[in-house]
Design a protein around this ligand. Structure first.
Ligand SMILES: Cc1cc2nc3c(=O)[nH]c(=O)nc-3n(C[C@H](O)[C@H](O)[C@H](O)COP(=O)(O)OP(=O)(O)OC[C@H]3O[C@@H](n4cnc5c(N)ncnc54)[C@H](O)[C@@H]3O)c2cc1C
Length: 299
C-alpha cells in the first residue's frame, strides 16, 4: 500500500504529531500523508479505503486536542494544496484548502480587496476554518464564502456547493456535523477596498490580540464557546481559575479562556485541565460551557 500511496503523496511513517498542532502535544501517527494535488488526494482516499485504513484530515492543528495514543491510521495534511488566486476585477478570491488563512487575508488586501481583515490572526488553514466557520469581531468565514469545492468521501465525486447549499451556525457548519466531505478549495466574495485602511484595521486587531492573548505560548486559541450573552473567559475568571496548572498545562493569566502549554505539557495534562475548568464553572455558576476545540483520538 505504501508504494501505491507514494505515487500520489509525500508519505512518512510513525511520525510524532506534536510538530503538527499548535498545542505541540500528541502521540504518533502510523502514516502522515500529504497528497500532491487534488486528483492525488482522491486516489489517496481510494487506496486508504481499499486497505481499510482509517484516516483523518488535519489542517494546521490549531483547533484540536490530540491524544497521546498512537493513531493507527493516516493523518492527511493538505499542505501541498495551498494555491491562492486573487481576482480583483471580479471581487473574488480563490484558495485551496491547505492555504493558510492569514496568507489569503494578506494577499486579498495587497490586491485592494476588503472583507477578510477579521481573519488576519486566525492561524488555521482554509479547510479547517471553513469547517469551523472560524470568526472574530462579529464576522465569520461563511459570511464571505461564495462556494466550496468538496470531495464526497462516499462517492469519490468532487462537488461544488454554493453558499446557499451549506448550512452553518456560530463556529460550526454541516461539514463539521456530517463529516461526509473533504474541503478542497473555496471562492470568497469580497469588495473593492483601500489597502491602507485594511492594513490599519489589521494592525489594530493584531495589537488587540497581542494585548489580550498569550500568543507567546503554544495553545489552540479559545477553549470554550462564548455562551449566549456572556463570555467564557469572564465565567472562568469569576471561578478564580486563572493560573491553575496540571503538569505543564496552565489556564492563562492573560486570557482565562486560553489553556497554554507552559512546560512540555502532555495531551493528558491539557485534557484534564479542560475538564477541570468545565466542571468547576458548571459547579460554581451552573453554566455548562461547550468546548470549541475538538478532541481527536480520545475514547
Ligand atoms: C492563537 C490562536 C488564535 C485563534 N483565534 C481564533 C479566532 O479568532 N477565531 C476562530 O474561529 N478560531 C480561532 N482559533 C482557532 C483555530 O485557529 C481555528 O478554528 C482554525 O480555523 C482551525 O483551522 P485548522 O486548519 O488549524 O484546523 P485543524 O485544527 O487542523 O482542524 C479542525 C477541524 O477541521 C477539519 N479539517 C481541516 N481541514 C479540513 C479539510 N480540508 N476538509 C475537511 N475537514 C478539515 C479537521 O478534521 C478538524 O476536524 C485560534 C487558534 C489559535 C491557536
Amino acid at each position: 500500500m505504501i508504494e501505491k500511496l507514494k505515487k500520489h503523496a509525500d508519505v512518512l511513517e510513525n511520525v510524532a504529531l506534536n510538530k503538527y498542532n499548535t498545542y505541540h502535544i500528541g502521540g504518533l501517527t502510523r502514516y502522515l500523508v500529504s497528497p500532491l494535488s487534488i486528483n492525488d488526494l482522491v486516489e489517496v482516499i481510494k487506496i486508504l479505503d481499499e486497505n481499510k485504513v482509517p484516516y483523518f484530515v488535519l489542517g494546521n492543528g490549531s483547533n484540536v486536542v490530540l491524544s497521546s495514543k498512537k493513531y493507527e491510521g493516516a493523518i492527511i495534511r493538505l499542505n501541498n494544496l495551498n494555491g491562492i488566486a486573487i481576482h480583483p476585477e471580479m471581487n473574488m478570491a480563490y484558495a485551496e484548502a491547505g492555504a493558510m488563512y492569514p496568507k489569503l487575508v494578506n494577499e486579498t488586501i495587497e490586491r485592494g480587496l476588503t472583507g477578510l481583515e477579521f481573519a488576519g490572526g486566525i492561524p488555521g488553514t482554509i479547510g479547517g476554518s471553513i469547517l469551523n466557520n472560524a470568526g472574530a469581531y462579529n464576522a465569520c468565514t461563511m459570511d464571505y464564502v461564495r462556494s466550496v469545492s468538496v470531495l464526497n468521501k462516499e462517492t469519490y465525486e468532487i462537488e461544488e456547493l454554493e453558499n446557499a447549499d451549506i448550512s452553518y451556525t456560530y463556529r460550526s457548519t454541516m461539514f463539521k456535523e456530517e463529516r461526509k466531505y473533504i474541503i478542497l478549495s473555496a471562492k470568497f466574495f469580497l469588495k473593492q477596498g483601500s489597502k491602507e485602511s485594511s492594513l490599519e484595521i489589521l494592525a489594530d486587531r493584531q495589537r488587540r490580540r497581542l494585548e489580550s492573548q498569550p500568543l507567546e505560548y503554544p495553545s489552540a486559541g479559545s477553549v470554550f464557546r462564548n455562551p449566549e450573552g456572556d463570555a467564557a473567559w469572564r465565567l472562568i475568571d469569576s471561578c478564580h481559575l486563572k493560573g491553575t496548572r496540571i503538569g505543564g498545562a496552565e489556564v492563562s493569566e492573560k486570557h482565562a479562556n486560553f489553556i497554554i502549554n507552559v512546560d512540555n505539557a502532555t495531551s493528558d495534562d491539557v485534557y484534564e485541565l479542560i475538564n477541570l475548568v468545565h466542571d468547576t464553572v458548571l459547579e460554581k455558576t451552573t453554566v455548562d460551557l461547550i468546548i470549541e476545540q475538538e478532541f481527536i483520538g480520545w475514547d
